[in-house]
Design a protein around this ligand. Structure first.
Ligand SMILES: Cc1ncc(COP(=O)(O)O)c(C=O)c1O
Length: 433
C-alpha cells in the first residue's frame, strides 16, 4: 500500500509529466526512475528497504551532487534535492519581477501554511514555531533572550557546539551568570551515566540546562527526555540544540521535554542553505526577548521572533518542497537507511589494527554520523589521505577529548561510495605500518 504522502508525490510527478508531455518533452529520467522505485518498493518495510541499493540510487538521482567528489561531510551542511533547488530558483525569479509585491504580498502568504507543515513534521503546535535562518539564530535567540541575572547557573557541556558555547560565554561576561560545565566521555551507551553527568551539576541556582541532542563531533545521541525530566523535577528549564537531530531520526517535539529547541533545516531536512526553526513552549514565549525588537502586541506571539527585516523569502518558501521530499521517503525509512549506512562502513573497519571507533553502533546512541581514528595518527592526515587519493570529502575533528575523522553520509550516499571509504581507511592504516 502506498502511503498518502508517497501517493501525492507520485501524483505531483504525473501531473508534472502530463504538463511536460503537452509541452512536447517527457519527464526527466531521474524523475521517471524515482516514480518507478517508489511504486516498486512501496511494500518494503523500513528495515528491508535500508539495504535496497536500487531504491536509494533513485533517491541519489533526485539530487545534483557532484560525481567528482564523494561528499561525506553532510554533517557540516547538506545539499538540497532538485525539487527544492528548482522551487527556490522559481521563487527567486518571481521575487525579482517586483520584490516588494511578489515577496511581501505573494510569497509571504506561504508563511503560515509553512509554519503549520513544519509544526506537523516536528510534532508541536504551529503557534510554538518560528521560522529562522539556522540553528545558531534560533538557539542564540534563547541564549540572549532569557531573563537571567548575575549568579544564575547554566549547565552545558564541553562537547556542545562552539557558536552556542561562545554565546553563553558572552552572557557570562556581560551579565555575570555562572557556566557549569559537564565533560562527557564519549561514545557512551550508558544512559544512567549520561543523565548523571547533567543531574549532578544541578544546584538550587541552576536556571537552565543546554543539551545537544546529537553531539556534532561524533554523532552521540543524548537521552534528552530523561535529562529534561531530571531538570524539570528541580524547576530547571531545558534548551535543546537539535541542529543534527531534526529530520535525522524520529522524535516528536511534544514528547522530547524541551522548553526551547533550535534546529537548522539545511542539514537533515535538505532544505535550502540558510533555513532553520525555533520552538518555544507556548507558556514561555512571553518572557523570552526576541533578538530583533518586536512591535507592541506581539508579546505572547511566536511571530515576535521573525522580525528580521528584508531577507530571501524564496529560500524560506522552498522549505515546503523539502518537507514533501522528506515525507516522500518517510521518516522511519530514512532513519533506518542512515543508521544502516553508518554501520555498513564502521563494521568493516572497526577491527582493523589501530583503528579507533568514536561512535556507538547501537540505535538510540548514534545514527548517520560516525567518527573514526587511527592510533598515533592525526585526524587531519586521514582526512587529507582520503581526499588526495579517493576524492572523499570528510572532516578532521580535534575538540576537547574527541579526536577522529567524522564521516557523514546522507540519503543520497550509496554503499559503493562507502566501499571506497573502507578501502581508503584500510590503505591509510597499512601506510603507517
Ligand atoms: C550541534 C550543532 N549546533 C549548532 C550548529 C549551528 O548550525 P548552523 O551553522 O546551521 O547555525 C551546528 C552546526 O554544525 C551543530 O552541529
Amino acid at each position: 500500500m502506498l502511503s498518502p504522502n508517497r501517493r501525492s508525490f507520485l501524483q505531483t510527478l504525473s501531473t508534472a509529466g502530463f504538463g511536460a508531455l503537452l509541452a512536447g518533452t517527457a519527464l526527466p529520467a531521474w524523475s521517471r526512475q524515482l516514480e518507478r522505485s517508489l511504486a516498486d518498493y512501496s511494500s518494503f518495510d523500513a528495515d528491508k528497504l535500508a539495504s535496497e541499493e536500487d531504491f536509494w540510487y533513485s533517491i541519489q538521482q533526485a539530487y545534483t551532487v557532484s560525481p567528482s567528489i564523494i561528499n561525506l561531510n553532510n554533517g557540516g551542511v547538506s545539499p538540497s534535492p532538485r525539487v527544492v533547488q528548482e522551487a527556490m530558483k522559481r521563487f527567486q525569479d518571481l521575487s525579482n519581477e517586483g520584490p516588494s509585491y511578489f515577496m511581501w504580498r505573494i510569497l509571504d502568504q506561504g508563511r503560515e501554511p509553512l509554519r503549520a507543515n513544519l509544526a506537523r513534521l516536528a510534532g508541536c503546535h504551529p503557534e510554538e514555531l518560528a521560522i529562522q535562518r539556522n540553528a545558531s539564530e534560533a538557539l542564540e535567540t534563547v541564549i540572549f533572550g532569557l531573563p537571567l541575572k548575575a549568579g544564575d547557573e547554566v549547565v552545558l557541556s564541553k562537547q556542545d557546539y562552539p557558536n552556542m558555547i561562545n554565546a553563553w560565554k558572552q552572557r557570562e561576561k556581560r551579565d555575570g551568570i555562572k557556566l557549569v560545565w559537564v565533560n562527557l566521555e564519549l561514545p557512551s551507551e550508558d544512559t544512567a551515566y549520561l543523565i548523571q553527568q547533567y543531574s549532578s551539576a544541578f544546584t538550587t541556582k541552576t536556571r537552565i540546562v543546554h543539551i545537544t541532542h546529537i553531539i556534532n563531533w561524533n554523532g552521540q545521541i543524548l537521552p534528552v527526555r530523561k535529562i529534561a525530566d531530571a531538570a524539570h523535577d528541580r524547576g530547571i528549564e531545558v534548551l535543546v540544540d537539535g541542529a543534527h537531530s531534526f529530520a535525522h531520526f524520529q522524535f516528536q517535539l511534544k514528547e522530547l521535554g524541551a522548553d526551547y529547541f533550535g534546529t537548522s533545516l539545511h542539514k537533515w531536512l535538505s532544505a535550502c542553505i540558510g533555513t532553520g526553526f525555533l520552538f518555544v513552549k507556548k507558556e514561555k514565549i512571553e518572557k523570552l526577548y526576541p533578538l530583533f525588537g518586536a512591535p507592541a502586541g506581539q508579546e505572547t506571539n511566536i511571530r515576535k521572533f521573525e522580525n528580521l527585516g528584508t531577507r530571501p523569502f524564496f529560500i524560506e518558501q522552498a522549505i515546503g518542497k523539502a518537507i514533501e521530499f522528506q515525507e516522500m521517503i518517510g521518516a522511519e525509512r530514512k532513519e533506518k537507511r542512515l543508521h544502516y549506512l553508518k554501520n555498513y562502513w564502521m563494521e568493516q573497519v572497526k577491527d582493523l589494527s589501530g583503528v579507533e571507533i568514536g561512535t556507538s553502533l547501537q540505535p538510540g546512541f548514534g545514527c548517520a554520523i560516525g567518527l573514526v581514528g587511527v592510533k598515533y595518527r592525526k585526524p587531519a592526515d586521514l582526512d587529507q589521505f582520503l581526499f588526495n587519493k579517493f576524492k572523499i570529502h570528510t572532516v578532521g575533528i580535534e575538540w576537547e577529548n574527541i579526536k577522529g575523522v567524522r564521516i557523514t553520509p546522507h540519503v543520497y550516499t550509496t554503499t559503493k561510495q562507502l566501499d571506497l571509504l573502507v578501502k581508503g581507511i584500510r590503505e591509510f592504516v597499512k601506510s603507517g605500518v
